[in-house]
Structures are given as C-alpha cells and as structure tokens.
Design a protein around this ligand. Structure first.
Ligand code: MG
Length: 379
C-alpha cells in the first residue's frame, strides 16, 4: 500500500495530499498564475525557475557554458498534476525573465477541460510571438496531465510501437584530445556518438574519437563551416571515417551553398539552427535532407508530432533532439522517438541535478517508461 501510495504521489496523482513534499516545501517559490474556477476543477498553472548544472563545461562552435536556466511548470486539474519544463540555453534568446513574463499571461481558467488540447495550445501560442521554450513548458505539462487523466503514456495514445525506439547518440563537445578520449570512454554504453565540430580542429577531433572507438558517429557543425567546397571535401572525408550524417554545416542563412552541398554530399545534411517551427518547412525543403526537431524550438509535443508527419509527407529524414534538460522534457520528446530516424536525447545525462526520472537507456537504446502521461516521476 505504501509503495502504491508513493507511486501515485510521484506520478502526480496525489498533488493535494500533505505528502506531496515538493510542493509543500517549495510552494512559496511557485508562481501560481491561474486560480481554480470552482471546487475541484479548473486548470491551474504554476512555474518556478531552476538552474541545471552541467557535468562538463560544454563547448560548441558558438561558445562554452556550465549551466542552463530552466523553468519547471506544473498544471493541475482535479488534484492531478502534469509536469512541464522550458530549457533556455542563452543563445536561443529566452530566459527566466522572458519565461516569467510569458507564463504570467497564461490564463487557463477559461478552459473547463484539459482535453481541449487544440483550443488551449492555440490560445497559448497566440499570446505572444516566439517564447517557444515557455510555450513548450505549458504543452508538456498539458500532455502529462491529459495522459495521466487517460491513464496512458503518450506513445500509446499516438499508437506508437515502443519497440521501435532508436538508439540515442551521446554528445562529445569540442575539447583537447585527452579530454575527448575520456569522454569517449565515458560514452561506452552508447552505440552512436554525436561529435561537435566547427572550431578548426575537426580532423583532430574525429581522429581522436576514432583512436578510441569504431562506433558510428554523427557530427554537428553548429554553422561552423563557411566554405562550401571545403564542406564537400569534409563530407567525403567524414564518410570514410564512419560518419552517418552532418548537422547544420553552414550558417542557417547560407541557403544556396547548403542546397549545393546537400545535392553533392555523400552524407545526409540535417537542419537544426535553420529549422525551428512548422512554418520553416518552406525554407528547408530542397535545401536539407532532414530536420532536427526539438520541443524547445517548436513549442512542444503537439507541434513536434505535426512536424514529423509533415517531414515524412515531404520525404525528409527526421531527427529528434533536445537541449540540456531534466528528464521531464527529454522523456516527453522520447515519447515521439518511435517515429524518427535518429534521436539525440542525452540532455538529462549531461547534468548532475536532475529532479525527475523517466526515460532510460539500455545498451544504447531508448526505453520508454510504462507510466501514464509523459512517463516521469519526481526524484
Ligand atoms: Mg545541433
């Protein structure tokens, strides 16, 4: 009985009980922005700033950092709580301040049921342009809540086969050879590595990784290359090194050069910085082979699902990625992973102060939890 009670509490089913320690301890820290409309019903949204600590200083072509600000959200209905998260790496332009401003505008009291997902998310989207991470935090909490009310995980609600989840890649940031070798050894449980390139030592990075392992590699240039002929030569060299695709090789504004590279490269070219929301398909179709979908770029699961369907209709490859995030947003994204070609869902593995547990990795493969909603428990 005690175990069942703990499970219900952890899953958010007993939010109103005295045993819900996270809320009880930190209630005064939560901004509660929507009042219940009547007893026991009405949607309530709460949010709270949090800072993730990265295990290693993380370096990509755009710079280095050791923390990531996030906003944790909770949506409550009939004493059941759904969890959400906004992850806001600084280069995307959102912050605790902008998310607070945006979330303070969200008034869910007008909606009598959380099952009005379409109405609620259209309303949230039109409150202000941009703010996609903040919007994702509402979308994820809503999906978690609705899945719990339906007592089903989202992969089942979407009719997906949990046996079809891909392997996730594990990211190796740009660093000195001895550090790269250590990181590659730490990545032993993963079957595919994602190597960050684009700071002038690309061949050294790949040769260092190859001195440790012959696993498949994907590379993320983060717009770090500027010359298309050099990019094409590198794509042939990388193919010989066992690389399977190249993510965002050149600036997102280098459309003609990227289209030329995609036509001539032996490797698929994937859009990340060049692709954010569903309206970007017209920019990337014919320019890139595929897209990297991230909940924080597109506003959450509702939009991500539609984008996967659109990409397939256009014959494009699909990758699902993440920011440095807790297991909340990563496990939410993992619910869609049976639909994608490649997954890069390691954001929760790069931090040392996760507040949730959810998706796990077994022999490199994503294992979806058999829990309702997005499938997470509070630690
Ligand atoms: Mg990327």
């Amino acid at each position: 009985m005690k175990t069942r009670r703990k499970f219900l509490k952890d899953c958010g089913f007993l939010a109103g009980s005295a045993g819900f320690s996270y809320l009880a301890m930190g209630r005064h820290n939560w901004n509660e922005i929507t009042k219940k409309t009547d007893k026991g019903s009405g949607l309530t949204l709460r949010f709270k700033p949090y800072e993730l600590h990265l295990k290693h200083v993380f370096t990509i072509a755009e710079g280095s950092r050791s923390t990531t600000p996030v906003m944790l959200t909770e949506m409550e209905f009939d004493n059941i709580v759904g969890y959400g998260e906004a992850s806001m790496p600084p280069y995307l332009g959102e912050s605790h301040e902008t998310a607070t401003t945006f979330l303070s505008k969200v008034d869910l009291a007008q909606f009598k049921s959380p099952f009005l997902i379409e109405d609620i998310l259209v309303y949230v989207d039109q409150l202000a342009p941009g703010n996609y991470a903040a919007k994702a935090s509402v979308d994820i909490a809503l999906h978690d809540l609705v899945g719990k009310l339906m007592k089903q995980p989202w992969y089942k609600i979407w009719g997906l086969n949990s046996a079809r989840t891909p392997n996730t890649s594990f990211t190796i940031g740009i660093d000195k050879p001895e550090v790269v070798r250590t990181k590659v050894r730490e990545a032993a449980p993963y079957r595919i590595l994602k190597v960050k390139l684009g700071q002038g030592n690309d061949k050294e990075m790949i040769e260092t990784v190859r001195s440790e392992t012959d696993k498949p590699i994907c590379v993320d240039i983060n717009q770090g290359w500027s010359d298309r002929k050099m990019a094409l030569e590198m794509s042939y060299w990388l193919k010989e090194q066992g690389v399977v695709f190249i993510e965002q090789p050149m600036s997102k504004t280098s459309i003609d050069d990227t289209a030329w590279l995609t036509q001539n490269s032996p490797l698929p070219i994937i859009a990340d910085e060049a692709f954010q929301t569903i309206s970007d398909f017209k920019k990337v179709q014919g320019v890139y082979t595929g897209i990297n979908i991230k909940l924080m770029k597109c506003g959450g699961l509702h939009s991500a699902y539609a984008m996967i369907k659109m990409a397939r209709a256009l014959g494009m490859k699909v990758m699902i990625g993440c920011m440095t995030e807790t297991s909340c947003a990563v496990t939410a994204a993992a619910q869609l992973s049976p639909l994608v070609d490649w997954a890069d869902l390691d954001g929760n593995l790069l931090i040392d102060n996760d507040v949730f547990e959810g998706v796990t990795i077994s022999d490199g493969k994503i294992i979806l939890p058999d829990r309702p909603g997005i499938g997470i428990l509070k630690k």
